[in-house]
Design a protein around this ligand. Structure first.
Ligand code: MG
Length: 384
């Protein structure tokens, strides 16, 4: 029996994880659940799974929910509350399903307390990959990827000698605007962006998938998780989203992982590893699929990819700055403040103005993140 804490249980990954857990009641026990502010959904989850610990990041929402849950449940509130929650002894595994930079501190704390990590959040690795991976190595903690592409790469590399790895193909579905002309991007609506052709996901990552910044973040995630340089990672568009990534070895062999685009698959593998438990999900039906296609991404249409490659070559504080500026720009787009094509524009501007600090410690990273957010707001004001 694995005792699991799900941070961000009311989000898209969190809900899919609970679906997986419902299928295997003898394998898992949910001991902790957390949300940012979705207390109605968290309350239902608490009633069903009866965890020992509950976390709510938003203080106003926390105050409301605290009155409703049983006194036997230990309650944690605020951003610091999450860091305290993950240190609890009764937790073995932490599924980090919070989106955005807020996952970084609880993740580092969970590693410090030697919890096994199933990592769905990519921003924490983008911001502080070297620090997170070093902490994991020091504490002998495995970080098991939940992101479907990272899970695919991990599965392809299992049992292989890292030295024979030549290249990683990181696949991207291309999002909803792959075939739209560049001049179309100015007037793309929020509704169009949120209508992703292959994956049903949270709002932030859906916007990132439309700009392809999601793939840019995954480029950095891949580099840190598997210890490779940006030159070893090639992003390739694969609209069917059946091949979830591939690895190429020195002898000209390429291995790929294929499955339906359903997040329950990588979530289940990260939770049940090294076992593969029988579930009710179907494998791809190749006769019906007919063809799988691949193409190179258009960097002119998707400048976010170029920004991510630049940040990946630069490293230091630059990826954290890129991530922070992108997060602010995405939020602003979602609230109707800027246009779709302003998102990479704002991010690029903030990156150009940033003076990179090499080998930053945690406080330098958080500082760069903070400044980049302020600078992104300024860049947004300058647009209007
Ligand atoms: Mg992904």
């Amino acid at each position: 029996m694995k005792n699991i804490a799900i941070l961000g249980s009311t989000g898209s990954i969190g809900e899919s994880a609970l679906k997986v857990i419902r299928e295997f009641p003898r394998e898992f026990r949910v001991v902790a659940l957390s949300t940012n502010a979705n207390c109605a959904k968290l309350y239902d989850q608490v009633r069903e799974f009866k965890p020992l610990f509950v976390g709510v990041s938003d203080l106003t929402a926390a105050a409301k929910l605290r009155k409703k849950v049983s006194r036997n449940i230990r309650f944690f509130d605020g951003a610091e509350g999450l860091s305290a929650l993950v240190s609890q002894k009764k937790i073995d595994h932490v599924l980090m399903a919070i989106s955005g930079a807020g996952a970084l501190l609880p993740l580092i704390e969970a590693i410090k307390y030697k919890k096994q990590i199933a990592l769905a959040n990519k921003e924490a690795l983008v911001m502080a990959g070297p620090l997170v991976m070093a902490a994991a190595a020091r504490n002998k903690v495995k970080i098991l990827p939940v992101d479907s592409e990272e899970s695919a790469i991990w599965q392809c590399l299992e049992g292989e000698n890292k030295r024979s790895l030549k290249k990683i193909y990181l696949t991207a579905s291309g999002g909803p605007f792959k075939d739209k002309p560049k001049q179309y991007f100015r007037n793309i609506s929020i509704k169009e962006v949120l209508n992703h052709p292959r994956w049903k996901m949270g709002r932030k990552i859906t916007v990132d998938s439309a700009t392809l910044m999601n793939k840019g973040l995954e480029l950095l995630e891949t580099m840190h998780l598997f210890g490779v340089s940006s030159g070893m990672v090639e992003i390739i568009i694969h609209p069917e989203a059946i091949v979830h990534s591939m690895v190429e070895f020195n002898d000209g062999v390429v291995m790929a992982q294929l499955s339906q685009p359903d997040m329950r698959i990588p979530i289940q593998y990260a939770l049940t590893y090294p076992e593969r438990l029988k579930n009710r999900l179907q494998a791809p039906d190749f006769a019906k699929l007919n063809s799988l296609t691949f193409e190179t991404p258009d960097l002119k249409k998707f400048p976010s990819l170029g920004l991510a490659y630049a940040a990946a070559r630069e490293l230091g504080t630059m990826p954290a700055v890129m991530n922070a500026a992108n997060e602010v720009a995405v939020e602003e787009f979602l609230s109707g403040g800027i246009r779709f094509n302003d998102i990479p524009e704002v991010t690029a501007k903030v990156m150009r103005r940033h003076r990179v600090k090499r080998s930053p410690d945690l406080s330098a990273i958080l500082c760069a993140d903070h400044c980049a957010r302020t600078d992104a707001r300024k860049a947004i004001e300058d647009l209007n």
